[in-house]
Design a protein around this ligand. Structure first.
Ligand code: GUN
Ligand code: ZN
Length: 438
């Protein structure tokens, strides 16, 4: 049986490095490292020479020195039908949705369109070092089929679901409470747990679902408590006012989801910017995850995610970070970290580079309740890896001349890096970037 031994500097996290390099127990960094992979899984990360000596003739060595080998990046919120929405010139959220997004998403009923975009999406994710994503498909069942078919073909671990929306959108984008339930149910049966695919129950957000649809979404959650739930919450003030009109009985926006049984440890809440204290408490107590989408929040002008406030709550709100393509403007988790850093910094919440790289790997894996499966190099984890090159561009090379530490290098890659800094990507132990055909 052939084993694969990746040679290079290895970085993987065991916990959040709250004190940066002063919490060395939270990460492993091996300068002369090796990552041994068998059957698509991590055997062990360790010292290269020792691993090499312990292995027989059958081990294939790939030398990535001087690059840094890390677990593949995880994007916890992306809309795959919005590849052709990125960079649309709109005011705020509601205009952006109505003028561009809802128009574009209707094209997913066209023959061949979902397949073409799904293929382009996975190429783009790989190119940027993202090996797992939690994705919204469109309202059309065929969009989910195309997404999972392509993810399964590439053996990538994905979380995705059919968007459910039965009001306040063009007729071509509406399902009904019943058809949303039936279609979701059929897709769960077909895809959840098939290979590396995981299904997420996906009511788009409260403004586009009737109470009946939210009720049916809650039924799905009760029937499939192990599934993820993904939706949007408190991104924009006009959106919040609209929810107050639509659900006048509710104390606030969060209580709408709470009422229908949609909060819980598998629930991913995109944005969470404009929250009352009661909402922060409800999210924290439910164990739901607040998903920070920096490039989107800046681009659509939604507001500043207050990470420190969420983390200071008791219990702390669980958090994740994501691109939110196509409100977001980059597929790159490096670009996303950079913009996230700026949003936090402007609020006096400077974020250590080690915490950033923890977040896009183990941190996001924990947010998806997939610790041990992805996001680290613990033995038995799926061998999704990214190989990072801090000298990928002339400007990075010049800057690297003055870089002396790992932390400085990480911060440079976060600040200046993009897809060019991704030298290679492995999906379940298979080279995926160098083998892209387009
Ligand atoms: N709220 C509801 N739908 C969307 C979406 O597609 N993108 C963003 N950013 N917010 C939303
Ligand atoms: Zn979104």
């Amino acid at each position: 049986m052939t084993e694969l031994l990746l040679r290079g500097r290895i970085l993987t996290f065991h916990d959040e490095p709250l004190a940066g390099e002063a919490s060395p127990e939270t990460f492993t960094y091996i300068e002369e490292g090796g990552l041994l992979i068998r059957d698509g899984k991590v055997v062990v990360a360790g010292d290269y020479a020792q691993l090499r000596a312990g292995e027989g003739r059958n081990v294939e060595v790939i030398d990535h020195r001087p690059h840094l080998i890390m677990p593949g990046f995880i994007d916890t919120h992306i809309h795959y039908p919005q590849m052709q929405v990125i960079g649309s010139y709109a005011g705020a959220l509601m205009e952006w949705l109505n003028k561009y997004t809802f128009v574009e998403e209707q094209k997913f009923s066209n023959q061949g369109h979902p397949e073409r975009i799904a293929s382009a999406l996975f190429d783009e994710l790989i190119r940027h070092g993202t090996t797992t994503a939690a994705a919204y498909c469109s309202v059309h069942k065929a969009s989910v089929q195309a997404f999972f078919t392509e993810a399964h073909r590439r053996n990538m671990r994905m979380v995705a679901g059919k968007v459910m929306m039965d009001r306040n959108a063009p007729p071509g984008l509406l399902d009904t409470a019943q058809s949303g339930y039936d279609d979701s149910k059929a897709l769960i049966g077909e895809w959840h747990g098939k290979g590396r695919q995981l299904y997420a129950i996906t009511p788009r957000f409260a403004p586009t679902s009737t109470p009946e649809q939210l009720e049916m979404s809650g039924t799905l959650v009760r029937e499939h408590p192990d599934l993820h739930v993904q939706t949007h919450l408190c991104e924009n003030t006009a959106e919040i006012a609209f929810v107050a009109e639509l659900f006048p009985w509710s104390r606030d926006y969060t209580q709408v989801y709470e009422h229908y049984g949609l909060l819980g440890p598998k629930t991913l809440l995109g944005h969470c910017i404009h929250l009352t204290d009661a909402e922060v408490g409800a999210i924290a107590n439910s164990g739901s995850v607040a998903v920070f989408c920096p490039t989107s929040n800046l681009f659509i002008g939604s507001g500043l995610f207050d990470l420190a406030r969420l983390r200071a709550s008791k219990p702390p709100v669980r958090t994740a970070i994501a691109t939110d393509i196509g409100g977001g403007t980059s597929y790159s988790m490096l670009r996303t970290l950079d913009e996230g850093y700026k949003i936090l910094n402007i609020q006096g919440q400077r974020y250590h580079p080690l915490r950033s790289f923890y977040q896009v790997t183990l941190g996001n894996a924990r947010a998806l309740s997939l610790e041990g499966t992805i996001g680290s190099f613990v033995p038995g984890a799926e061998a999704d890896c990214v190989v990072l090159d801090a000298r990928a561009t002339p400007a990075m090379r010049i800057r690297m001349e003055t870089v002396e530490t790992l932390v400085e290098e990480l911060f440079l890659m976060q600040t200046m890096g993009d897809d060019r800094a991704i030298a290679e990507v492995y999906v379940a132990g298979r080279a995926a970037k160098s083998t892209l055909t387009s």
